[in-house]
Design a protein around this ligand. Structure first.
Ligand code: PRT
Ligand code: ZN
Length: 283
């Protein structure tokens, strides 16, 4: 039987969440930090632990069938791969940033200036699209210190909280690319049954993460109004309680909808509201 290979980051920001996602898909494997490859005992899959920069090319060249990597890395390496699923973690933005004190006001002010980045390909395209002619200085790490050292007038780097920019006297000056971790595969192999099964497992885990199982009690006369406040996957289950005229309502709803509706639910007569996590939702 065919065995798939999935490449994930060996260590770094995406490692833990990638391992957690695969484990939540019911895959059983050892997360040995020292090994490059780990077999999955209950699915025809091997996990390759790699540097994130190598993952897109490994997938493009067929050394791995699948990969989990940030979109920023995929765009920078300019590979031809299929985007199979956005994964909702590793969210960040590649931003331009400039010193707090300086004369740069508009994008056009970057003409003739030097911009330090580890993303020369993405930045080059962005500058071209915006008709800016600036010098790109490619630096592999600690890009944020280059304006302070006089190496560049601006930078283009990954930002998540903005703390690194702040502590280096820099401020964001425009977004170049939004990114999150994605599942990628080889072009043309998207319909492979094993790949499809894995995608479905991942989707069921992601769906469950955003959703809660809610149980609440209410008087039967209030059920219709409460139902309108619970936009679930299907209509809620309503079961009678031992006490005459009372019911329990069970439903599955997006967490974000729940928090905005809790006061309305209470006003409509909902009591004893219990919210529970869901492990998987298979449609
Ligand atoms: O060793 P390997 O090559 O595998 O890892 P790496 O060091 O190249 O990457 P790593 O582990 O730092 O990041 C992996 C991926 O996480 C990136 O490619 C992004 O897709 C994503 N990601 C999410 C981030 C961040 N958030 C992030 N904050 N990658 C980097 N940063 C860095 C950024 O470069 C800057 O130095 O964090 C700093 C900014 O953070 P804030 O919170 O201060 O804004
Ligand atoms: Zn890297």
């Amino acid at each position: 039987m065919k065995t798939l290979k999935i490449a994930i980051q060996k260590s770094g920001r995406l490692n833990e969440k990638s391992v957690e996602l695969l484990k939540n898909c019911g895959l059983s494997f050892e997360n040995y930090k020292s090994s490059l490859i780990s077999p999955v005992s209950n699915f025809p899959l091997e996990i390759l632990f790699l540097r994130d920069d190598d993952i897109p090319e490994y997938v493009q060249d067929g050394i791995a069938d699948l990969g989990i990597v940030g979109e920023n890395v995929i765009c920078e390496t300019e590979v031809e791969v299929a985007y199979l699923q956005r994964l909702g973690f590793g969210k960040c933005t590649l931003k331009l940033a400039i010193p707090n004190k300086g004369d740069i006001q508009a994008l056009a002010d970057l003409n003739g200036k030097a911009i330090a980045t580890s993303y020369p390909v993405i930045l080059g395209k962005f500058l071209k699209d915006n008709n800016v002619e600036a010098e790109i200085r490619t630096i592999s790490g600690s890009v944020e210190i280059s304006p302070g050292l006089g190496l560049a007038d601006a930078i283009c780097d990954i930002v998540s909280t903005g703390g690194t920019l702040k502590s280096n006297g820099l401020k964001p000056f425009g977004d170049v690319l939004s990114s999150e971790a994605v599942l990628i595969g080889r072009k043309g192999e998207e319909e492979d049954p094993l790949i499809q099964e894995l995608i479905q497992r991942i989707q069921s885990v992601l769906r469950a993460k955003e959703t809660k199982y809610v149980v609440l009690n209410a008087e039967r006369k209030n059920v219709d109004e409460i139902k309108t406040l619970l936009p679930g996957i299907k209509s809620p289950t309503v079961v009678p309680l031992a006490e005459e005229g009372w019911v329990a309502i069970h439903t599955v709803i997006p967490e974000k909808d729940f928090w905005s509706r809790i006061n309305q639910l209470k006003a409509a007569g909902a009591q004893g509201i219990v919210v529970m996590p869901i492990e998987k939702i298979i449609l």
